[in-house]
Design a protein around this ligand. Sequence first.
Ligand code: HAS
Length: 550
Amino acid sequence: MIAQPERKIALWHLGVAYTAFLIGTLMGVLQVFIRNDALQLPAWLDYYQILTAHGVLLALIYTTFFIFAFFITGMSKSLGSFGPKVRLFSWIGLWVTLLGTVMATVMIVAGEASVLYTFYAPLKANGFYYVGLALVIVGTWISSFALVGHYVVWRRNNKGQLSPLFAFMTVTTIVLWIIACLGVVATVLFQYIPWAFGWTDTINVELSRSLFWYFGHPLVYFWLLPAYIAWYTIVPKLLGVKVFSDSLARLAFVLFILFSIPVGFHHQLTEPGISNFWKFLQVVLTFMVIVPSLMTAFSMFATFEISGRKKGGTGLFGWFKKLPWRDVRFTSIFIAMVFFIPGGAGGIINASFQLNEVVHNTLWIVGHFHITVGTPVAMTFMGLTFWLIPYLTGRRFTKRMQRLGFVQIITWSIGMLLMSTAQHVLGLMGAPRRTAYSGYNGHPSAMEWFDGIISNHVTMAIGGTILFLSAMILMYIVIMTMFISPKAETPEQMVEFPLAESDMSHTPKWLENWWIWIGIAAALIIIAYAIPLTHMIQHAPPGSKGFITW
Ligand code: HAS
């Protein structure tokens, strides 16, 4: 069991994460009905306000607070108790991030920031929305530096040794996060805030978007890597085996530092102002960032097979039946992985220059992110929640909770399958994203999109409703395990932190030489971004004034 102060910090993070989750999912279900024309909002509330709250609270806030809860617990478990400074800075990080969250949320609720989570200029929100977002980043940096400080102390006390896999992966994610945030910090501080407060009249739109996506793509790996940490370090323990290959796992993670950042232009393939060469280069690098995910898939298959065979599975697929299907901690994560197969394939489609022309700004992309962040990541977090909260509170994860956990993950899977398939299909037909429902004034071509069995309004509404019910079941489990379930009294009732053993005897030491990876990452970033960004500044088109369209 980790020390009480760390448990408290982690639980606070989880409390905030699930408060954001509750509000965010409620906003989600409202949207499904608005898009279907089944719900009219009161005059003081508009679609874009709800969409912004949904994106910010789920994609940015739920994930961030959950990730830090997981990191804090795992770092304390694998490197030992935090010192007083690390604890203090973890608290400060939590409060600053929370202050930023509240500030941004108040602006959204007040109708001052219906600019979506990507806050594309020239849509202009109240300056305090951007200040709130900046504080969120600053808060996460403080929490990150606290964890890095803890890691540095451990390395000083264990000279010449590789750090435990969990700690290594946490630090990798933090390195990626800090480098990625530089882009959004630059645009928010030097472009959005002066513009929103009226200190400058116009904004360089292309530059702001490019700096945003410099951050926006690695952001998705900031969500994904904690899920991968669970896949690499928790899943083998649930299966009763060691980590398949410590070196492979570490190499996959450092590849993310190298390739996840210089790729942001693949979100801007249809935009003018960036020459084809730079788009092409970044698309090539995007294809490189697929490699560590394929390595992860390989590693997972190997882990499953080794474990299944150890338990007596024979033949080509006999091991499959031997997996611990009755353990919701495992099954949830397994389903998360399965969703990532079409999710990842969709990403490869998006990244392909020509295919992007078809899917960009359509509901396809909305489908894509619901089967990447919305399920592989979110359902892994759900699978972690089932043991993380009882582990931290010392309560039991009862049989009844386990059964409810199954209902929750199954309903989430069904709801997501219905909704995201409908979104993919509608997107291919041309239904736009980032807009409230539009039937193009009842134009027959647009109306036809909704005639399919999967792509009709009812399927979407059923999918969205099932998802909301599933989210409420999860909230029930969270509240029970946090405050109400009986305390564990015997060792059998105690919930453990299932951290797998990792054999580091063959792992090369250079994998943990951060300067190599940060150096190569910096070089790649300069190659991919220096010239196009300079071009955007030197040959800037006339800036745009702000638009408030809501
Ligand atoms: Fe993406 C847009 C390309 C991964 C999230 N993406 C988005 C947006 C979000 C998002 C939120 O190139 C919308 C942003 C916005 O608001 O505009 N994406 C990719 C690529 C990948 C990728 C190449 N995306 C993610 C992940 C996300 C995420 C992960 C969240 C966590 N994405 C794009 C592009 C766009 C985009 C363009 C812009 C589109 C546009 O035009 O606007 C890759 O990282 C994917 C690699 C993944 C794989 C899958 C490996 C499979 C594994 C599972 C193994 C399964 C097992 C179980 C072991 C190659 C690891 C087996 C069991 C059995 C029984 C079979």
